[in-house]
Design a binder for this molecule. Structure first.
Ligand code: CMC
Length: 427
């Protein structure tokens, strides 16, 4: 293989393929011509497939590096705000003060949702999982913003980005309020993005919620750390749904559905449930044993990642924030004790070392969210609020690059052609 050329030989046939060089990361073999030669590539779960070209986020899983538009996640988490990160993801550069103020004002001024949408909630059972409600209501936004929306128009796409970014915390907080039978709390424009979300979650018409700056910062950090993560399952779902030119609110609803699973965004909820089940440090060995048992489907939630084969850089920041929050609230959470001991044991266990299973972002986020008073069934909803900007940035980039409908092929292993003989009596 020359530096920028590869040759694939199958029996007597050779196919020349270009090798593309990214700015960072692994080289990519361009196999687009293979289909016309009568061959497909087989890669279930896309472990070796680049599905698109992107300039938004870079991950080096072996070295624990995550960059958004080139900026390291550690710096963004400590030196920026979530809205600043949103601007960076969406437009590619850090905003000037003037650009930031304008962006913030626009996002803040569009947080209310159409009053008719509040009635949709009442069709759901009160005990519905909030992710089911979030998925349904976000999809329903397509019914409110469809006819005048031209996805090929960059201005329309920009307006869509603002709408989604602004309204997602409002819809998410409504999912919570509905589940506990409290009236919806309307957004407050003098609060920050994170502060406003906490206000909509915890204020009631009878009592103001005073936003604690340490908790507000922790919420903002959780949003930053979940903002984007390259071509993960939900982002790829949004791209796939959007590749047909579909309504973006419906595409984001598809992303929310994909995020819900325990192998993806549902892991934070599953991780907290696991820590509660482990309960005390003495029970940890039993759970480690189960995680290593091939005949047991149990996995240590919050451990392992498809891309990171090193410490998840987001987990490092999350760990610090977790300590800050517990200190501020003067909480001595026994779950944190279990989490830290579990981390220590797993990091020293040959099974986890060999398989490069390190704590991921969800390992600590559940403890922080619990300390903030957020119930565990809302954890993935919070992930969805944060990831909305990543989904929109990728959806937008896909449109900018020119739409090509996603249409994978398959390795067919079903029947050969055979004759159909019906055994059903016809009337
Ligand atoms: N506990 C025990 N064993 C594990 C774990 C775990 N958490 N994760 C992977 N393994 C083992 C797995 O059994 C397999 O062993 P073997 O090679 O002997 O069959 C090996 O490690 C490789 O696992 P895999 O499932 O083939 O790896 P994957 O890249 O397909 O899966 C993952 C990645 C995140 C789905 C998986 O590590 C997992 O299920 N982790 C727990 C769930 C979790 O915390 N998910 C959150 C991911 S971070 C948030 C996000 O980005 O959405």
């Amino acid at each position: 293989m020359a530096d920028n050329k590869a040759k694939l030989t199958i029996a007597e046939t050779s196919v020349d393929l270009d090798v593309l060089s990214p700015t960072l990361g692994s080289k990519v073999i361009d196999i687009r011509t293979l289909g016309s030669k009568g061959y497909y590539t087989y890669d279930p779960g896309f472990t070796s497939t680049a599905s698109c070209e992107s300039k938004i986020t870079f991950i080096d899983g072996d070295n624990g590096i995550l960059l958004h538009r080139g900026f390291p996640i550690g710096q963004l988490a400590t030196e920026s705000t979530y809205l600043e990160v949103c601007y960076i993801l969406l437009y590619g550069e850090a905003p000037t003060q003037e650009q930031y103020d304008k962006f913030k004002t626009t996002v803040t001024r569009h947080t209310m949702i159409h009053e008719q949408i509040t009635r949709l909630f009442h069709g759901f059972r009160r005990d519905s999982h909030p992710m089911a409600v979030l998925c349904g209501v976000t999809g329903a936004l397509a019914a409110f913003y469809h006819d005048a929306l031209d996805v090929s128009n960059p201005v329309h796409r920009d307006i869509t980005a603002y709408r989604l970014l602004s309204k997602m915390p409002t819809v998410a907080a409504m999912c919570y309020k509905y589940s506990i039978g409290q009236p919806f709390v309307y957004p407050k424009n003098d609060l920050s993005y994170a502060g406003n979300f906490l206000h909509m979650m915890f204020a009631t018409p009878c009592e103001e919620y005073v936003v604690n700056p340490v908790l507000e910062r922790a919420m903002d950090r959780i949003f930053i750390l979940h903002a984007d993560h390259e071509q993960n399952a939900s982002t790829s779902t949004v791209r796939t749904a959007g590749s047909s030119g579909a309504n973006p609110f419906a595409c984001i609803a598809a992303g929310i559905a994909s995020l819900w699973g325990p192998a993806h965004g549902g892991a934070n909820e599953a991780c907290l449930r696991m820590l509660e089940e482990i309960k005390t440090v003495e029970h940890i060995p039993e759970f480690i044993k189960r995680a290593k048992d091939k005949n047991d489907s149990f996995r240590l939630m919050g451990f392992g990642h498809r891309v990171y084969k090193n410490y998840d850089p987001r987990a490092t920041v999350m760990r610090e924030t977790c300590h800050e929050v517990l200190k501020e609230l003067n909480l001595n959470d026994s779950l944190l004790e279990v989490a830290m001991e579990l981390e220590r044991i797993a990091l020293n266990d040959p099974y986890f070392i060999e398989k490069k299973l390190y704590p991921n972002v969800d390992f600590y986020s559940g403890i922080i969210l619990k300390a903030l008073g957020i119930p565990s069934n809302m954890f993935t909803v919070i992930f969805a609020i944060a990831r909305t900007i990543g989904w929109i940035a990728h959806w937008n980039e896909m449109h900018e690059d020119g739409l090509k409908i996603a249409r994978p092929r398959q390795l067919y292993t079903g029947y050969d052609e055979r004759e159909f003989k019906s055994e059903i009596k016809k009337k």
